[in-house]
Design a binder for this molecule. Sequence first.
Ligand SMILES: [Zn+2]
Length: 418
Amino acid sequence: MVDSIAYNDQNYVTVNAHELAHQWFGNYVTAANGDHHWLHEGFATFFALLAEKKLFGEDYYYWKLFQSAEELKALSDEGKGEALINSKASSLTYYQKGAWALHILRERIGAEAFKKAIKNYLEKYAYGNATTDEFLAEVEAASGKDMDEFKADWLTQSAFQGTAALTSLKNSEFIRKYMEIAALREVPFQNKKEMLLEALKFPVNDYIGQEVILQLADVDIAEALPLYNIALESGNLYVRQAIAMSRQDVPEALKSAFEDLLKDNSYLTKENALMNLNLTYPEEAEKWLTQTKGIIGFSNLNVRMLWLVINLVSPQVDPESTQEYFEELSAYTRSYYPFEVRQNAFGYLYQINAFTNENLKDLLQASQHHNTRFRDFSRKLLETLLQNPDYRQKYVDLKGQLSEKDRAFLDTRLPDQQ
Ligand SMILES: [Zn+2]
Protein backbone atom coordinates (compact mmCIF):
# COMPACT_ATOMS: atom_id res chain seq x y z
CA MET A 1 0.00 0.00 0.00
CA VAL A 2 2.77 2.45 0.90
CA ASP A 3 6.31 2.80 -0.40
CA SER A 4 9.08 4.69 1.38
CA ILE A 5 8.10 8.00 -0.23
CA ALA A 6 4.37 7.64 0.38
CA TYR A 7 5.18 6.81 4.02
CA ASN A 8 6.15 10.46 4.49
CA ASP A 9 2.72 11.58 3.31
CA GLN A 10 0.30 8.98 4.56
CA ASN A 11 1.46 6.02 6.59
CA TYR A 12 -0.75 3.52 8.36
CA VAL A 13 1.03 3.46 11.71
CA THR A 14 -2.04 4.84 13.42
CA VAL A 15 -4.34 2.27 11.82
CA ASN A 16 -2.04 -0.63 12.67
CA ALA A 17 -1.53 0.53 16.25
CA HIS A 18 -5.25 1.17 16.69
CA GLU A 19 -6.25 -2.29 15.50
CA LEU A 20 -3.51 -3.90 17.60
CA ALA A 21 -4.77 -2.03 20.66
CA HIS A 22 -8.16 -3.67 20.15
CA GLN A 23 -6.48 -6.96 21.08
CA TRP A 24 -6.78 -5.62 24.63
CA PHE A 25 -9.53 -3.03 24.42
CA GLY A 26 -12.36 -4.84 22.72
CA ASN A 27 -11.09 -8.41 22.48
CA TYR A 28 -9.41 -9.16 25.83
CA VAL A 29 -11.93 -6.99 27.68
CA THR A 30 -15.22 -6.29 25.95
CA ALA A 31 -17.66 -3.50 26.77
CA ALA A 32 -20.71 -4.79 28.64
CA ASN A 33 -23.01 -3.08 26.11
CA GLY A 34 -23.18 -0.28 23.54
CA ASP A 35 -23.25 2.46 26.21
CA HIS A 36 -19.62 1.67 26.93
CA HIS A 37 -18.40 1.50 23.35
CA TRP A 38 -15.74 4.12 24.11
CA LEU A 39 -13.95 1.45 26.18
CA HIS A 40 -13.03 0.02 22.77
CA GLU A 41 -12.64 2.98 20.43
CA GLY A 42 -11.46 5.71 22.77
CA PHE A 43 -8.85 3.38 24.20
CA ALA A 44 -7.66 2.06 20.83
CA THR A 45 -7.36 5.65 19.57
CA PHE A 46 -5.49 6.84 22.65
CA PHE A 47 -3.05 3.92 22.76
CA ALA A 48 -2.37 4.34 19.04
CA LEU A 49 -1.56 7.97 19.77
CA LEU A 50 0.86 6.90 22.51
CA ALA A 51 2.54 4.53 20.04
CA GLU A 52 2.82 7.33 17.50
CA LYS A 53 4.26 9.61 20.15
CA LYS A 54 7.11 7.12 20.56
CA LEU A 55 7.73 7.11 16.82
CA PHE A 56 7.02 10.68 15.78
CA GLY A 57 7.60 12.68 18.97
CA GLU A 58 5.72 14.78 21.44
CA ASP A 59 4.91 17.62 19.03
CA TYR A 60 3.07 15.14 16.82
CA TYR A 61 1.13 13.87 19.83
CA TYR A 62 0.01 17.36 20.82
CA TRP A 63 -0.71 18.32 17.23
CA LYS A 64 -3.12 15.40 16.85
CA LEU A 65 -4.83 16.32 20.11
CA PHE A 66 -5.00 19.95 19.02
CA GLN A 67 -6.67 19.00 15.75
CA SER A 68 -9.24 16.70 17.32
CA ALA A 69 -9.97 19.34 19.98
CA GLU A 70 -10.77 21.82 17.20
CA GLU A 71 -13.23 19.39 15.67
CA LEU A 72 -14.82 18.45 18.96
CA LYS A 73 -15.11 22.06 20.02
CA ALA A 74 -16.76 23.06 16.73
CA LEU A 75 -19.31 20.28 17.11
CA SER A 76 -19.90 21.16 20.74
CA ASP A 77 -20.31 24.89 19.93
CA GLU A 78 -23.02 23.97 17.45
CA GLY A 79 -24.85 22.28 20.32
CA LYS A 80 -24.13 18.87 18.83
CA GLY A 81 -21.73 17.61 21.47
CA GLU A 82 -22.29 14.06 22.65
CA ALA A 83 -21.69 12.24 25.93
CA LEU A 84 -19.17 9.41 25.76
CA ILE A 85 -21.31 7.01 27.76
CA ASN A 86 -23.82 6.69 25.01
CA SER A 87 -24.89 3.92 22.67
CA LYS A 88 -25.63 6.24 19.74
CA ALA A 89 -22.68 8.62 19.58
CA SER A 90 -20.72 9.41 16.41
CA SER A 91 -17.26 8.08 15.62
CA LEU A 92 -15.77 11.48 16.43
CA THR A 93 -17.08 11.14 19.98
CA TYR A 94 -16.13 7.51 20.58
CA TYR A 95 -12.69 7.84 19.01
CA GLN A 96 -11.48 11.39 19.55
CA LYS A 97 -13.42 12.53 22.60
CA GLY A 98 -12.62 9.13 24.09
CA ALA A 99 -8.91 9.66 23.45
CA TRP A 100 -9.14 13.14 24.92
CA ALA A 101 -10.81 11.81 28.07
CA LEU A 102 -7.96 9.35 28.54
CA HIS A 103 -5.34 12.01 27.84
CA ILE A 104 -6.88 14.21 30.57
CA LEU A 105 -7.23 11.27 32.92
CA ARG A 106 -3.58 10.34 32.49
CA GLU A 107 -2.56 13.94 33.05
CA ARG A 108 -4.64 14.17 36.24
CA ILE A 109 -3.52 10.95 37.91
CA GLY A 110 -0.05 10.69 36.38
CA ALA A 111 1.40 8.17 33.95
CA GLU A 112 2.31 5.65 36.63
CA ALA A 113 -1.10 5.40 38.29
CA PHE A 114 -2.69 5.40 34.85
CA LYS A 115 -0.62 2.42 33.75
CA LYS A 116 -1.39 0.56 36.97
CA ALA A 117 -5.13 1.21 36.61
CA ILE A 118 -5.14 -0.01 33.01
CA LYS A 119 -3.20 -3.15 33.92
CA ASN A 120 -5.48 -3.99 36.83
CA TYR A 121 -8.57 -3.33 34.73
CA LEU A 122 -7.33 -5.62 31.97
CA GLU A 123 -6.40 -8.39 34.38
CA LYS A 124 -9.58 -8.21 36.38
CA TYR A 125 -11.92 -8.30 33.38
CA ALA A 126 -9.83 -10.51 31.10
CA TYR A 127 -11.98 -12.54 28.69
CA GLY A 128 -15.02 -10.86 30.18
CA ASN A 129 -17.12 -7.73 30.04
CA ALA A 130 -16.75 -4.39 31.76
CA THR A 131 -18.58 -1.10 32.22
CA THR A 132 -17.21 2.43 32.48
CA ASP A 133 -17.82 2.46 36.23
CA GLU A 134 -15.84 -0.72 36.63
CA PHE A 135 -12.96 0.91 34.77
CA LEU A 136 -13.24 4.05 36.92
CA ALA A 137 -13.20 1.93 40.09
CA GLU A 138 -9.78 0.64 39.02
CA VAL A 139 -8.64 4.20 38.36
CA GLU A 140 -9.76 5.26 41.84
CA ALA A 141 -8.04 2.28 43.43
CA ALA A 142 -4.77 2.91 41.59
CA SER A 143 -4.68 6.68 42.03
CA GLY A 144 -6.44 7.18 45.34
CA LYS A 145 -8.42 9.96 43.64
CA ASP A 146 -12.15 10.46 43.33
CA MET A 147 -13.33 10.24 39.72
CA ASP A 148 -16.81 11.77 40.04
CA GLU A 149 -15.83 15.14 38.62
CA PHE A 150 -13.87 13.55 35.80
CA LYS A 151 -16.84 11.36 34.95
CA ALA A 152 -19.22 14.31 34.92
CA ASP A 153 -16.94 16.54 32.81
CA TRP A 154 -15.64 14.05 30.30
CA LEU A 155 -17.93 11.04 30.16
CA THR A 156 -21.54 12.00 30.83
CA GLN A 157 -21.56 15.62 29.71
CA SER A 158 -22.40 16.28 26.06
CA ALA A 159 -20.39 19.52 25.76
CA PHE A 160 -16.65 19.31 25.06
CA GLN A 161 -14.46 20.77 27.81
CA GLY A 162 -12.76 23.32 25.56
CA THR A 163 -11.14 25.37 28.30
CA ALA A 164 -9.69 22.36 30.09
CA ALA A 165 -8.48 21.02 26.76
CA LEU A 166 -6.77 24.31 25.91
CA THR A 167 -5.08 24.44 29.31
CA SER A 168 -3.77 20.95 28.77
CA LEU A 169 -2.58 21.69 25.23
CA LYS A 170 -0.64 24.68 26.51
CA ASN A 171 1.53 22.33 28.53
CA SER A 172 3.29 21.85 25.22
CA GLU A 173 5.77 24.60 24.38
CA PHE A 174 5.28 23.73 20.73
CA ILE A 175 1.52 24.34 20.93
CA ARG A 176 2.09 27.68 22.69
CA LYS A 177 4.47 28.77 19.91
CA TYR A 178 2.16 27.49 17.20
CA MET A 179 -0.76 29.45 18.64
CA GLU A 180 1.32 32.61 18.75
CA ILE A 181 2.09 32.28 15.04
CA ALA A 182 -1.43 31.20 14.06
CA ALA A 183 -2.78 34.29 15.85
CA LEU A 184 -0.93 36.45 13.29
CA ARG A 185 -3.05 35.40 10.32
CA GLU A 186 -4.88 38.73 10.01
CA VAL A 187 -1.86 40.87 10.88
CA PRO A 188 -0.31 42.82 7.94
CA PHE A 189 2.94 41.25 6.72
CA GLN A 190 5.19 44.18 7.64
CA ASN A 191 4.09 43.95 11.27
CA LYS A 192 4.80 40.26 11.62
CA LYS A 193 7.73 39.74 9.28
CA GLU A 194 10.29 39.46 12.09
CA MET A 195 8.22 36.92 14.00
CA LEU A 196 7.70 34.80 10.91
CA LEU A 197 11.41 34.91 10.17
CA GLU A 198 12.18 33.87 13.72
CA ALA A 199 9.73 30.96 13.42
CA LEU A 200 11.54 29.66 10.33
CA LYS A 201 14.89 29.50 12.11
CA PHE A 202 16.65 26.15 12.30
CA PRO A 203 15.44 23.63 13.26
CA VAL A 204 12.05 24.65 11.90
CA ASN A 205 9.06 22.84 13.36
CA ASP A 206 6.91 20.99 10.76
CA TYR A 207 3.61 22.54 11.81
CA ILE A 208 4.81 26.02 12.70
CA GLY A 209 6.77 26.19 9.45
CA GLN A 210 3.68 25.17 7.49
CA GLU A 211 1.65 27.85 9.24
CA VAL A 212 4.23 30.50 8.28
CA ILE A 213 4.10 29.39 4.65
CA LEU A 214 0.29 29.58 4.59
CA GLN A 215 0.52 33.16 5.81
CA LEU A 216 2.85 34.03 2.94
CA ALA A 217 0.46 32.82 0.24
CA ASP A 218 -1.00 36.28 -0.43
CA VAL A 219 2.10 38.32 0.28
CA ASP A 220 3.82 40.06 -2.61
CA ILE A 221 6.59 37.75 -3.80
CA ALA A 222 9.32 40.41 -3.55
CA GLU A 223 8.51 40.77 0.17
CA ALA A 224 8.05 37.07 0.83
CA LEU A 225 11.00 35.74 -1.14
CA PRO A 226 13.62 35.92 1.65
CA LEU A 227 11.29 33.88 3.88
CA TYR A 228 10.58 31.36 1.15
CA ASN A 229 14.29 30.94 0.62
CA ILE A 230 14.91 30.18 4.28
CA ALA A 231 12.00 27.73 4.28
CA LEU A 232 13.23 26.01 1.13
CA GLU A 233 16.76 25.74 2.46
CA SER A 234 15.55 24.23 5.72
CA GLY A 235 15.13 20.95 3.85
CA ASN A 236 12.03 20.27 5.96
CA LEU A 237 9.82 18.08 3.78
CA TYR A 238 6.54 19.38 5.19
CA VAL A 239 7.45 23.05 5.10
CA ARG A 240 8.57 22.62 1.49
CA GLN A 241 5.36 20.74 0.78
CA ALA A 242 3.34 23.69 2.08
CA ILE A 243 5.12 25.90 -0.49
CA ALA A 244 4.25 23.51 -3.33
CA MET A 245 0.62 23.49 -2.22
CA SER A 246 0.05 27.15 -1.39
CA ARG A 247 1.39 28.91 -4.50
CA GLN A 248 -0.85 27.83 -7.34
CA ASP A 249 0.43 30.69 -9.42
CA VAL A 250 4.17 30.00 -9.33
CA PRO A 251 6.09 33.30 -9.26
CA GLU A 252 9.06 33.52 -11.63
CA ALA A 253 11.30 33.91 -8.60
CA LEU A 254 10.21 30.51 -7.26
CA LYS A 255 10.20 28.65 -10.54
CA SER A 256 13.52 26.87 -10.11
CA ALA A 257 12.64 26.08 -6.48
CA PHE A 258 9.44 24.43 -7.73
CA GLU A 259 11.46 22.40 -10.19
CA ASP A 260 13.51 21.24 -7.22
CA LEU A 261 10.35 20.35 -5.32
CA LEU A 262 9.58 17.80 -8.04
CA LYS A 263 12.44 15.78 -6.52
CA ASP A 264 11.24 15.87 -2.90
CA ASN A 265 10.38 12.58 -1.21
CA SER A 266 6.68 13.32 -1.03
CA TYR A 267 4.10 12.43 -3.66
CA LEU A 268 1.93 15.28 -2.48
CA THR A 269 4.77 17.71 -3.10
CA LYS A 270 5.55 16.19 -6.49
CA GLU A 271 1.90 16.29 -7.56
CA ASN A 272 1.35 19.89 -6.51
CA ALA A 273 4.65 21.19 -7.87
CA LEU A 274 4.02 19.51 -11.22
CA MET A 275 0.45 20.76 -11.40
CA ASN A 276 1.23 24.35 -10.44
CA LEU A 277 4.26 24.63 -12.71
CA ASN A 278 2.15 23.46 -15.63
CA LEU A 279 -0.78 25.68 -14.75
CA THR A 280 1.49 28.73 -14.64
CA TYR A 281 3.85 27.91 -17.50
CA PRO A 282 1.96 25.47 -19.78
CA GLU A 283 4.26 26.18 -22.71
CA GLU A 284 7.17 24.62 -20.80
CA ALA A 285 5.37 21.37 -19.95
CA GLU A 286 7.77 19.13 -21.81
CA LYS A 287 10.72 19.66 -19.47
CA TRP A 288 8.74 18.73 -16.36
CA LEU A 289 6.94 15.85 -18.02
CA THR A 290 10.30 14.33 -18.94
CA GLN A 291 11.50 14.83 -15.39
CA THR A 292 8.49 13.10 -13.82
CA LYS A 293 7.93 10.35 -16.34
CA GLY A 294 7.44 6.97 -14.68
CA ILE A 295 6.48 8.27 -11.21
CA ILE A 296 3.33 6.53 -10.02
CA GLY A 297 2.60 8.13 -6.64
CA PHE A 298 0.06 6.94 -4.09
CA SER A 299 -2.14 3.89 -4.52
CA ASN A 300 -4.60 6.18 -6.33
CA LEU A 301 -1.84 6.88 -8.90
CA ASN A 302 -1.99 10.61 -8.21
CA VAL A 303 1.25 11.55 -9.96
CA ARG A 304 0.82 9.18 -12.90
CA MET A 305 -2.69 10.35 -13.70
CA LEU A 306 -1.75 14.01 -13.46
CA TRP A 307 1.18 13.27 -15.76
CA LEU A 308 -1.14 11.66 -18.31
CA VAL A 309 -3.59 14.55 -18.16
CA ILE A 310 -0.89 17.16 -18.64
CA ASN A 311 0.24 15.22 -21.69
CA LEU A 312 -3.32 15.19 -22.98
CA VAL A 313 -3.78 18.92 -22.57
CA SER A 314 -0.31 19.59 -24.05
CA PRO A 315 -0.62 17.55 -27.27
CA GLN A 316 2.39 19.34 -28.79
CA VAL A 317 4.71 17.52 -26.36
CA ASP A 318 4.30 13.96 -27.53
CA PRO A 319 1.64 13.87 -30.29
CA GLU A 320 2.31 10.26 -31.22
CA SER A 321 1.48 8.96 -27.78
CA THR A 322 -1.67 11.01 -27.14
CA GLN A 323 -4.00 8.14 -27.97
CA GLU A 324 -2.03 5.71 -25.83
CA TYR A 325 -2.07 8.11 -22.86
CA PHE A 326 -5.79 8.66 -23.20
CA GLU A 327 -6.45 4.94 -23.31
CA GLU A 328 -4.42 4.40 -20.17
CA LEU A 329 -6.28 7.13 -18.28
CA SER A 330 -9.64 6.02 -19.57
CA ALA A 331 -9.01 2.38 -18.56
CA TYR A 332 -8.52 3.37 -14.90
CA THR A 333 -12.28 3.64 -14.40
CA ARG A 334 -12.73 -0.10 -15.01
CA SER A 335 -14.22 -2.11 -12.18
CA TYR A 336 -11.12 -4.23 -11.62
CA TYR A 337 -9.18 -1.21 -10.34
CA PRO A 338 -9.37 -0.17 -6.68
CA PHE A 339 -11.99 2.50 -6.10
CA GLU A 340 -9.44 5.20 -5.23
CA VAL A 341 -7.90 4.74 -8.69
CA ARG A 342 -11.31 4.81 -10.34
CA GLN A 343 -12.39 7.91 -8.46
CA ASN A 344 -9.25 9.78 -9.44
CA ALA A 345 -9.73 8.79 -13.10
CA PHE A 346 -13.40 9.82 -13.11
CA GLY A 347 -12.39 13.19 -11.66
CA TYR A 348 -9.80 13.82 -14.37
CA LEU A 349 -12.07 12.63 -17.19
CA TYR A 350 -14.61 15.12 -15.97
CA GLN A 351 -12.04 17.90 -15.94
CA ILE A 352 -11.03 17.21 -19.53
CA ASN A 353 -14.61 16.35 -20.53
CA ALA A 354 -13.68 13.08 -22.20
CA PHE A 355 -15.92 10.23 -21.04
CA THR A 356 -16.13 7.33 -23.46
CA ASN A 357 -19.11 4.98 -23.52
CA GLU A 358 -17.09 2.53 -21.42
CA ASN A 359 -16.42 5.23 -18.84
CA LEU A 360 -20.11 6.09 -18.77
CA LYS A 361 -20.97 2.44 -18.13
CA ASP A 362 -18.29 2.21 -15.45
CA LEU A 363 -19.74 5.25 -13.76
CA LEU A 364 -23.14 3.63 -13.66
CA GLN A 365 -21.67 0.60 -11.90
CA ALA A 366 -19.61 2.80 -9.60
CA SER A 367 -22.82 4.57 -8.58
CA GLN A 368 -23.95 1.28 -7.05
CA HIS A 369 -20.59 0.42 -5.42
CA HIS A 370 -20.54 -0.94 -1.87
CA ASN A 371 -18.09 1.71 -0.65
CA THR A 372 -20.42 4.55 0.29
CA ARG A 373 -17.91 7.34 -0.19
CA PHE A 374 -17.01 6.20 -3.68
CA ARG A 375 -20.66 5.49 -4.48
CA ASP A 376 -21.74 8.97 -3.36
CA PHE A 377 -18.93 10.59 -5.37
CA SER A 378 -20.00 8.58 -8.44
CA ARG A 379 -23.70 9.39 -8.05
CA LYS A 380 -22.95 13.08 -7.78
CA LEU A 381 -20.82 12.95 -10.91
CA LEU A 382 -23.46 10.92 -12.73
CA GLU A 383 -26.07 13.50 -11.82
CA THR A 384 -23.82 16.26 -13.16
CA LEU A 385 -23.22 14.39 -16.42
CA LEU A 386 -26.93 13.78 -16.89
CA GLN A 387 -27.47 17.53 -16.87
CA ASN A 388 -25.29 17.74 -19.96
CA PRO A 389 -27.57 17.03 -22.97
CA ASP A 390 -24.81 15.20 -24.87
CA TYR A 391 -24.00 12.78 -22.08
CA ARG A 392 -27.69 12.38 -21.31
CA GLN A 393 -28.33 11.30 -24.89
CA LYS A 394 -25.35 8.94 -24.76
CA TYR A 395 -26.80 7.24 -21.71
CA VAL A 396 -30.18 6.89 -23.42
CA ASP A 397 -28.46 5.33 -26.44
CA LEU A 398 -26.45 2.98 -24.19
CA LYS A 399 -29.52 1.45 -22.56
CA GLY A 400 -29.61 -1.54 -24.88
CA GLN A 401 -26.05 -2.51 -23.87
CA LEU A 402 -26.61 -2.41 -20.11
CA SER A 403 -27.19 -5.25 -17.70
CA GLU A 404 -30.69 -5.38 -16.27
CA LYS A 405 -29.42 -4.08 -12.95
CA ASP A 406 -27.59 -1.11 -14.47
CA ARG A 407 -30.54 -0.29 -16.71
CA ALA A 408 -32.93 -0.33 -13.77
CA PHE A 409 -30.57 1.95 -11.86
CA LEU A 410 -30.26 4.33 -14.82
CA ASP A 411 -34.05 4.45 -15.11
CA THR A 412 -34.26 5.81 -11.58
CA ARG A 413 -31.98 8.67 -12.72
CA LEU A 414 -33.83 9.29 -16.00
CA PRO A 415 -37.47 9.13 -14.93
CA ASP A 416 -38.77 10.81 -18.11
CA GLN A 417 -36.92 8.40 -20.42
CA GLN A 418 -38.43 5.09 -19.32
ZN1 LIG B 1 -11.38 0.79 16.48
